[in-house]
Design a protein around this ligand. Sequence first.
Ligand code: SAM
Length: 214
Amino acid sequence: MAVTVARRMVRKLRRRIFPGSAAYWDRRYGKGGNSGPGSYGRYARFKAEFLNDLVTTRSISDVVEFGCGDGHQLSLVEYPEYLGLDVSEGAIALCVRSFAGDQTKRFELYDPDTFTGAEIADLALSLDVILHLVEDDVFELHLQHLFQAARRYVVIYGSDVDLDRADTAAHVRFRRFLPHIQERFPSWSLERVSEGIAPAAEGPRTDFFVFQRV
Ligand SMILES: C[S@@+](CC[C@H](N)C(=O)[O-])C[C@H]1O[C@@H](n2cnc3c(N)ncnc32)[C@H](O)[C@@H]1O
């Protein structure tokens, strides 16, 4: 009990000094950090298996990913053509270096305040990103840009649950996204939810949500 109270107090203090989601990730990569446990090991392989199957069975020609991260997850998936976007310059630099000889992949810094891209690719991806969008306006812009960037499909790998922020780290905020999507994007329907595997750290399960343009 005392441990739980102390942990909640520490988390509250950390939230107060949290620099914001974009700055958090840029600092993390700048210090040599990576995209986190969901981008490595069995979690990365699980995501890759689902995505490789989807790309093949739906004849996806091109893909845009919002929050491409350090590129490790990406290295396990075969996309015919790929554009990786991320708010962190550090992440983009890592990907540019890792995929230097790969003509099928491009990477660009993403600025939520200036992004205007529409119908960029058959499939738009958000993989393990929504839980890190702690600011309301950043969360809303992420969904808006994700759905406007897709021609045919949107895939979100996330947890559609609301959790008390006192129970999570400063860079994590679990919130429901399905109600928001259903209200804001009526020309898209949720075609399928595919159950994920148990989480890397404590927290809810993460699932694949596949949306199709109606
Ligand atoms: C947990 S990593 C996931 C990386 C990759 N999608 C994967 O599955 O391995 C989250 C990434 O989202 C990026 N990110 C954070 N906020 C973002 C935003 N508003 N738009 C795009 N990317 C963002 C971070 O910089 C980080 O690279």
